[in-house]
Design a protein around this ligand. Structure first.
Ligand code: NAD
Ligand code: UDP
Length: 316
C-alpha cells in the first residue's frame, strides 16, 4: 500500500484509535476517523483536525456506513472497552460487535479494503491455560455481565472469518491485551487510570478483591505499532498483541503509589463478577510473524501516563 492511500479508523476518537490516527498520518496516509463519541472525545483528535489529510466522520457503526472513496485499509476499533462503559448499555455493546462489525465488513467489501478487527484477550475469559496462546479456545461465561463484550468480540472474530471464506474480504484479527497510556478518559474506570487519578488526588486506591489477580499491561505506542505491523503483514491472525510482563493488581497499586509519591491508602472492595483471575499473553506468534515485541517497560509507560493525568487535573 502506498503512503498516500486512505485508511479508515473506527473508534478513531478513542484512546487507542486517536494514537493510531496520529501514527498513520505520520506515515503519510490520508486518515478518516469514524466515531460516535460515546467513550471517545473530540479533544483526543483536536490537534489532527487542521491536517488536510485527516477527516472526522461522526457516525455510529450500528448504522450502515457508505463511503466509496478508495479506502484501502480499515481498522475496526469502535466499541467501548472498559467494563463500566460496555456494561452501561450491554445491548448496544452487542450491537456494535455484531451489527456494527457486519456494517464495517460491508464497507470493506464495497471498497475492496483490508480490515483489521480489534479483538481482545477477553475472548479467553477466565483462562484455564496460562499464558494464553492463540490456540486456546477460552473459558467464557455466555450469560454473565462481561458477555456483551467478550462473547460479542468472539462473534466479531467469527464474522471476520466468515466474510473472508464467503466474500474473500481480506482480514486481520488482533487479540489486544490490557493497554494503557495518555488519553484514557478520566471516567474510564479501568485499573491504571483509576489508580493514578486516585493517587494524584490523595483518594483511597480501590483494589477489587484481594488484589492477587494479575494482568499484563502494554503501553499504547507499542500497541499501535503492533496493529500497524499486523495490518501490513501477510498474517491473518488471530494474533496476540500485549506485553507479557505480568503483575498482581496489588503490586500495580503499590507501584503507582510509589511513582506518584502519594499518601493514598489502599482499600479493598468487592471483586466484580467474572473478573478473570490471571492474564498474560504468549506473544511467540507476534514475534515470529510480525517481528514485533513491546519496547516500553511498565515504569517508563506509567511515568508518561502519570504526567498526562497530572496535566489533565491542572487543566480542570
Ligand atoms: P475507547 O473506549 O477509548 O475507544 C473506543 C472508541 O469507539 C471510542 O472513541 C468510542 O466513542 C467509539 N465507539 C464506541 N461504540 C461505537 C459505535 N457504536 N460507533 C462508533 N464509534 C463507537 O477504548 P480503547 O481502549 O481505545 O479500545 C479500542 C478498541 O480496542 C476496542 O475495540 C476495544 O475493544 C479494543 N481493546 C482495547 C483494550 C485496552 O486495554 N484498551 C484491550 C482489548 C481490546
Ligand atoms: N480493578 C481494581 N480496581 C479498580 C479497577 C479495576 O482492582 O479501580 C481490577 C479489576 O477488578 C481487574 C483488574 O483490575 O481485576 C483490571 O481491570 P480493568 O477494568 O482495568 O480491565 P479488565 O478486567 O477488563 O482486564
Amino acid at each position: 500500500m502506498d503512503s498516500h492511500s486512505s485508511v479508515l479508523v473506527t473508534g478513531g476518537a478513542g484512546f487507542i484509535g486517536s494514537h493510531l490516527c496520529e501514527f498513520l498520518l505520520g506515515k503519510g496516509h490520508k486518515v478518516i476517523a469514524v466515531d460516535n463519541l460515546f467513550t471517545g472525545r473530540k479533544e483526543n483528535i483536536q490537534h489532527l483536525l487542521a491536517n488536510p489529510k485527516f477527516r472526522f466522520v461522526p457516525h455510529d457503526i450500528i448504522d450502515p456506513l457508505y463511503l466509496h472513496e478508495g479506502i484501502e485499509q480499515i481498522y475496526n476499533l469502535a466499541c467501548p472497552a472498559a467494563p463500566l462503559h460496555y456494561q452501561f448499555n450491554a445491548i448496544r455493546t452487542i450491537k456494535a460487535n455484531t451489527m456494527g462489525v457486519i456494517n464495517i465488513l460491508g464497507l470493506a467489501k464495497l471498497n475492496k479494503a483490508r480490515i483489521l478487527q480489534a479483538s481482545t484477550s477477553e475472548i479467553y475469559g477466565d483462562p484455564l491455560e496460562h499464558p494464553q496462546k492463540e490456540t486456546y479456545k477460552g473459558n467464557v461465561n455466555p450469560i454473565g455481565i462481561r458477555a456483551c463484550y467478550d462473547e460479542g468480540k468472539r462473534v466479531a472474530e467469527t464474522l471476520m472469518f466468515d466474510y473472508n471464506r464467503q466474500h474473500c474480504v481480506e482480514i486481520r484479527v488482533a487479540r489486544i491485551f490490557n493497554t494503557y497510556g495518555p488519553r484514557v478518559a478520566q471516567n474510564d474506570g479501568r485499573v491504571i487510570s483509576n489508580f493514578i487519578l486516585q493517587a494524584l488526588k490523595g483518594e483511597p486506591i480501590t483494589v477489587y478483591g484481594d488484589g492477587m489477580q494479575t494482568r499484563s499491561f502494554c503501553y499504547v505506542s507499542d500497541m499501535v505499532e503492533g496493529l500497524y505491523k499486523l495490518m501490513n503483514s501477510d498474517t491473518t491472525g488471530p494474533i496476540n498483541l500485549g506485553n507479557p510482563d505480568e503483575l498482581a493488581i496489588l503490586e500495580i497499586a503499590r507501584k503507582i503509589t510509589s511513582l506518584t509519591k502519594s499518601q493514598s491508602k489502599i482499600i479493598f472492595m468487592p471483586l466484580p463478577a467474572d473478573d478473570p483471575y490471571k492474564r498474560k499473553p504468549d506473544i511467540t506468534l507476534a514475534k515470529e510473524k510480525l517481528g514485533w515485541a513491546p519496547k516500553v517497560d511498565l515504569d517508563t509507560g506509567l511515568k508518561q501516563t502519570i504526567d498526562y493525568f497530572r496535566e489533565q487535573l491542572v487543566q480542570k
